[in-house]
Ligand binder design. Structure first.
Ligand code: IPE
Ligand code: IPE
Ligand code: MG
Length: 252
């Protein structure tokens, strides 16, 4: 399905966000605050992932996108990176049955070409296996970077132009069709846990008109109550998309 760009058309706003994107941050600091090794924060964070997937599915959220590993996270110590890779594999292996019984469709976005073939095969298998599921569409962003995404879309468009395509046909809507998450509407709500107030190269293009919610709660302590607070905050926002407040009241 092709979704309209928020800068081309005014999107339909629903009370319940259709798409929530989350930067799951604060695992390391949570562990350090408990005098535990940083990696135990990642293991605990995986439990939160399960809780939040379930809560979103129950609340009728259609798209949930989780930032699991950024294109800059390779800069971390080798031991932490390899722990995260192992955790990713075991989570994928263990979640198959759960995804299936809960009618969840899994998608993974990011540059997977650098991952071990075993991970690539597993991801491919899970995507195919769950593609007919009609409930929540869960996207895991792994080795993802917003700049990488814009660049890979640009390369595809440049190739089409070399192959005889008309550059005049390149516009915001056609560009967005080449982004890794073209199957999803732009996020309505962006949540970042762990206290930092930055985007860290997440969905740069798609966040143009997304509502932001920052919380100091570390990801391992985030839960359905905290998710509820984020959604309540979202419901109070006035999404104007460039218009005035008065224009919105006239319409309703
Ligand atoms: C987020 O938690 C998880 C990943 C980036 C994989 P962090 O590991 O960044 O936790 P802090 O920010 O160091 O506390
Ligand atoms: C962003 O968190 C990436 C993920 C949560 C996967 P980071 O902890 O890596 O972000 P920075 O480095 O503090 O901006
Ligand atoms: Mg962090």
């Amino acid at each position: 399905m092709i979704h309209t760009s928020s800068t081309v058309c005014i999107p339909i706003v629903t009370k319940v966000p259709r798409h929530i994107a989350i930067i799951m941050d604060g695992n390391g600091r949570w562990a350090e605050s408990k005098r535990l090794p940083r990696v135990s924060g990642h293991a605990k964070g995986l439990e939160t992932v399960r809780t939040i997937i379930k809560a979103c599915a129950m609340q009728g959220i259609k798209f949930l996108t989780l930032f699991a590993f950024s294109s800059e996270n390779w800069r971390r110590p080798v031991d932490e990176v390899s722990f995260l890779m192992r955790l990713f594999i075991s989570a994928l292996e263990q979640e198959i049955a759960h995804l299936y019984t809960n009618n969840i469709q899994l998608r993974v976005v990011g540059d997977l070409s650098v991952f071990e073939p075993r991970i690539q095969k597993l991801v491919h298998y899970l995507e195919i296996k769950t593609e007919g599921n009609t409930g929540l569409i869960l996207t895991i962003a792994a080795n993802y970077g917003g700049r990488w995404d814009i660049l890979q879309a640009t390369r595809k468009i440049a190739q089409q132009c070399i192959d005889g395509g008309d550059i005049q046909n390149v516009n915001e809507s056609s560009f967005a069709e080449h982004l890794a998450m073209a199957y999803a509407p732009e996020p309505d709500l962006f949540i970042r846990t762990g206290g930092e107030q930055r985007v860290s190269n997440f969905l740069l293009w798609q966040l143009a008109y997304t509502e932001f919610y920052f919380t100091h709660v570390f990801w391992p302590e985030f839960n359905d109550v905290e998710l509820g607070k984020a959604i309540s905050s979202y419901r109070e926002r006035e999404r104007r998309f460039g218009r005035t407040s008065a224009q919105l009241t006239q319409k309703s």
